[in-house]
Ligand binder design. Structure first.
Ligand code: B3K
Ligand code: ZN
Length: 916
């Protein structure tokens, strides 16, 4: 055995370098022996040379932090000279008797108790859990750790019965029993064996050995197959699993009805764990979930949490087809499974909740997270072409923009042809590891729609711009709409995308509104005059510029473009305030009704922020500055908002959830993207003042609604009830914006009286923004009541970290030392540290204290959990968009990070891109 040092400098991995795996694994038998301080892992791999690969390629396996005890081929232990070990590879020498096929057996020792990265096998509380995607399996055993190697797994687990009574793995239980203690008179042990009948890539491998309670249920599929369902949780939490179980069954039924996809398993298990890097993981038949997406009880989970559980449970279940049955050839294709599965969970959410509001929320997230990513240092196409650390590419672009790309195909093809495309995709590729092209080809072939040009969406980074100009000709009664696509705006520090000049295929769904706000029939010149003209239709923009001429348009219409947000682009369409108000009131497309209001609000806030920024001492939000802003708020905006509230008050609109979305102003992060130089203080002051203006103007209505929307019965997490609560909380927020004393008094009462976490948490957040004795009291009460509920404590941290109060950083620093904070727990880090990073005005404080703090915490965390640390480092993404003084502070903080000798590959990639 020879040992060499690991490659010092991480090189980027390129999509262009893909080659098929030299060896395939047909079968793998794994044996886990849990001892007190370590685990022995024996792996027996039935290997076969891949006929698609070079015939003389050596056998190289991936590994990380493995203590190799033995290596044997076909039952014969290898001599040290017959293999080479590095920190990350095991290479068999040419004379190691690896022929066309062989059996390789390795034995390693791993130490999950010391694994703070939460990748591979690790310990959390009283048990052991795994996370293998993307490359965690190599931290468990030597293996070709790549998704295009799919093997059948048999897993045997051995452990002390008392300490680790539950032993789980993917697939079906095939045996279990007692085992003799390790030492005579020692603790009783047991074993269990699982067999997964489906070949799978090792990133879908999972085991659990822990002390857990279980909630069981059963689901009978459309064709009569009975599936045993189980949700495993920390002892004592069974009363918090019911909602997740109901969501699972609802998702299983929905996938049968909407996509004709049935569960292929006999056992479907979900295990909840409190230490988990992300939301959940779709391991075949053995999903492992962050407790945040499993546990719920009315007094502990908000409406938002309940909906999150629905969506994530569904998402992981849907992966069983889109991801597991058909998986990715390589990690560049990640969006093949993630974009598609997000689209599926979005559609599930829309079907079971409220479609229009679901779409609005999706676009809010896209604009707050993906648009900035697309315009910053981490910008990358839906299918990236290079990465240093793949875990850095589980991004809003791969997930959310990836889902938009799938949605555009759905829009272009229509539901029936899209479904035919899905059917063809499974017919062709079931059991395979494939590429984004394979998916798009199935869609094109099933529909006869040419998607060759559309494919460019996968390769293009940045948010395209769509310029729309309309011209009405009274003489011919024609309306000409000229659509022009422009490449994404150039990004500071990034080289221009040379390819961005070739046009994309952009679906533009539109309507035209008459003066009364009603939809006009849309007939393009040359179309059959006899057929009924639709009032909403989708145009395909495929050239750089195209004209669309509509007939029989009597007067200049108000165009309603990108209905339902038909493409993830930035729209440049001039519209007067009056036109926006008309669309806000009348657009038949709910999304665009909301959109018009958002545009109007953005325009007002950005205008005011610019005026404030131009006033000296703009950090001053004193009365004079506020008054200067306030004078300019138009009464028409308040009137439009009043109409929306009136419709709820007088019962014309049964849609409080929509009203809440319509009245919620765009976030600072979204608005900042529209500023040439971001002035966070001016932005904050302007946005706050518009809230104050609305609160003042609508005061009576807000109080009326706050009272009339009060809960009438026991809490139900239905979308109807959640919508009422959302609007009521918004009313309270605006009341407090206008009259902090009155708002806080109401909030304190709501906090004390609440029988559910939604009401309680909304009140807590509001109080935390305002501070003072009532806030202190509420925070203390909340902590005292929920000190034994980890997820509630996360809320307690988050409410403080996101507080608008000027002393928030000092509070966050104090909380770092609190017994209930733990840097090793990702949920705590996300609540306190990432929560603070998302606190726009406080994180971007002019003195750079927020930046220094975040750099320091990123570094501390990097030594523990690089994946989560890299996510924290992303807080710096937009630093170049601020003024010179802030830039200097941010650059210095980033440079300090970059200079750190032991920086992980994960954080280094983020920091280097930020500084590039
Ligand atoms: N596929 C996982 C994400 C894995 C993240 C690895 N860093 C969860 C999901 O998207 O369903
Ligand atoms: Zn996913």
């Amino acid at each position: 055995m020879t040992t060499t040092a690991a490659g010092a400098q991480a090189r980027p991995i390129l999509l262009a370098d893909y080659t098929p795996p030299p060896f395939l694994v047909d079968q793998v038998a794994l044996d886990f022996d849990f001892q007190r301080d370590y685990v022995l892992v024996s792996a027996t791999l039935a290997l076969r040379r891949n006929p698609q690969a070079a015939a003389d390629a050596p056998l190289v396996l991936d590994g990380e932090d493995l203590e190799t005890l033995s290596v044997a081929v076909d039952g014969v232990e290898l001599a040290a000279a017959q293999y080479t070990l590095t920190a990350t590879t095991l290479t068999l020498a040419a004379d190691a008797a690896v022929g066309e096929t062989c059996t390789l057996r390795t034995q390693v020792r791993i130490r999950p108790d010391e694994n703070t990265r939460l990748s591979g096998l690790y310990r959390s509380a009283d048990g052991y859990f795994t996370q293998c995607e993307a490359q965690g399996f190599r931290r468990i055993s030597w293996f070709p750790d790549r998704p295009d190697v799919m093997a059948r797994f048999t897993v045997t687990l051995h452990a002390e019965r008392e300490r680790l009574p539950v032993l789980l793995a993917n697939g079906n239980p095939v045996g279990s029993g007692e085992e003799a203690p390790v030492t005579p008179g020692g603790r009783a042990r047991h074993w269990a064996r699982w067999e997964d009948p489906f070949p799978k890539p090792c990133y879908l491998f999972a085991i659990v050995a822990a002390k857990l309670d279980v909630l069981r249920d059963e689901f009978t599929t459309g064709s009569g197959r009975r599936v045993q369902l189980a949700i495993y949780v920390e002892p004592g939490k069974l009363d918090q699993c019911g909602h997740a179980m109901a969501a699972l069954k609802q998702a299983m039924r929905w996938d049968e009805q909407r996509f004709g996809l049935e569960c292929d398993l006999d056992h479907y298990m979900i295990v909840a764990v409190g230490d988990f890097n992300m939301g959940a993981m779709e391991n075949k038949g053995l999903n492992i979930f962050n407790t945040k997406y499993v546990l719920a009880r009315p007094d502990l989970a908000t409406d938002h949490d309940y909906e999150g559980i629905d969506r994530v449970v569904a998402h992981e279940y849907f992966h069983n087809w889109t991801g597991n049955r058909v998986t990715c050839r390589d990690w560049f294709q990640l969006s093949l499974k993630e974009g598609l599965t997000v689209f599926r969970d979005q559609e599930f959410g829309a079907d079971v909740h409220q479609r229009s509001v679901a779409r609005i929320r999706e676009v809010r997230t896209l604009r707050a997270a993906q648009f900035p990513e697309d315009a910053g240092p981490m910008r990358h196409p839906v299918r990236p072409s290079a990465y240093v650390e793949i875990n850095n590419f589980y991004t809003a672009t791969v997930y959310e923009k990836g889902a938009e790309v799938v949605r555009m195909i759905h829009t272009l093809l229509g539901e029936d042809a899209f479904r035919a495309g899905m059917d063809l995709y499974f017919a062709r590729h079931d059991g395979q590891a494939v590429t984004c092209e394979d998916f798009v080809s199935a869609m094109a072939d099933a529909s006869n729609v040419d998607l060759a040009q559309f494919m460019r969406w996968h390769e293009r980074a940045g948010t395209p711009r769509l310029v729309a100009r309309g011209q009405h000709d009274p003489a011919t009664q024609r309306y000409t709409l000229t659509l022009t696509q422009l490449p994404p705006a150039p990004v500071a520090g990034a080289k221009a995308d040379e390819d961005a000049v070739t046009p994309l295929h952009i679906p533009v769904t539109l309507g035209l509104l008459g003066a009364d706000g009603a939809d006009l029939p849309l007939r393009l010149v040359g179309e059959d005059a006899g057929a009924a003209a639709p009032t909403t239709r989708t145009l395909s923009l495929t050239a750089p510029t195209q004209e669309f001429i509509f007939e029989n348009i009597g007067a200049t219409p108000a165009p309603s473009l990108l209905r339902n947000f038909s493409a993830p682009v930035r729209l440049d369409l001039p519209a007067s305030d009056d036109e926006l108000a008309l669309r806000m009131a009348h657009d038949s497309d709910a999304f665009n009704r909301w959109e018009a209001g958002q545009q109007l609000a953005s325009r007002l806030i950005l205008g005011a922020a610019a005026r404030l920024a131009a006033t000296p001492d703009n950090a001053d939000t004193s009365a004079i500055a506020r008054e200067a802003v306030a004078k300019d708020w138009p009464a028409s905006f308040a009137a439009a908002a009043a109409r929306i509230l009136d419709a709820v008050i007088d019962g014309r609109s049964a849609d409080p959830a929509f009203a809440a979305e319509a009245l919620a102003l765009p976030s600072e992060a979204t608005l900042a993207e529209e500023m040439a130089v971001v002035d966070p203080d001016a932005l904050f002051a302007a946005r706050m003042d518009l809230r104050r203006f609305l609160g003042t103007q609508l005061s009576e209505r807000l109080h009326t609604l706050y009272a009339s929307l009060a809960p009438t019965g026991a809490y139900q997490p239905t979308s109807a009830d959640a919508g009422r609560r959302a609007l009521r909380h918004l009313c309270l927020d605006l009341i407090a914006a206008a009259d902090p004393a009155a708002g806080c008094a109401l909030a304190a009462r709501q906090f004390a009286a609440a029988d559910n976490m939604s009401d309680q948490y909304a009140a807590l957040v509001l109080l935390a923004h305002h501070g003072g004795a009532a806030a202190e009291q509420a925070l203390a009460d909340f902590h005292a009541r929920w000190r034994h509920e980890a997820l509630a404590l996360d809320k307690w941290l988050l409410a403080q970290a996101t507080s608008r109060r000027p002393d928030t950083l000092a509070v966050v620093r104090r909380l770092l030392a609190h017994d209930d904070f733990d840097l090793r727990n990702p949920n705590k880090v996300y609540a306190l540290l990432r929560g603070f990073g998302a606190n726009h005005v406080r994180f971007h404080a002019a003195d750079g204290a927020g930046y220094r703090f975040m750099a320091e915490q990123t570094l501390a965390l990097d030594a523990i959990n690089p994946q989560v640390a890299a996510r924290l480092a992303r807080c710096f993404d937009r630093w170049r968009r601020f003024d010179a003084a802030r830039q200097a502070q941010a650059r210095a903080a980033l440079a300090r990070l970059a200079a750190h000798a032991g920086l992980s590959r994960d954080v280094a990639e983020i920091v280097q891109r930020a500084l590039a």
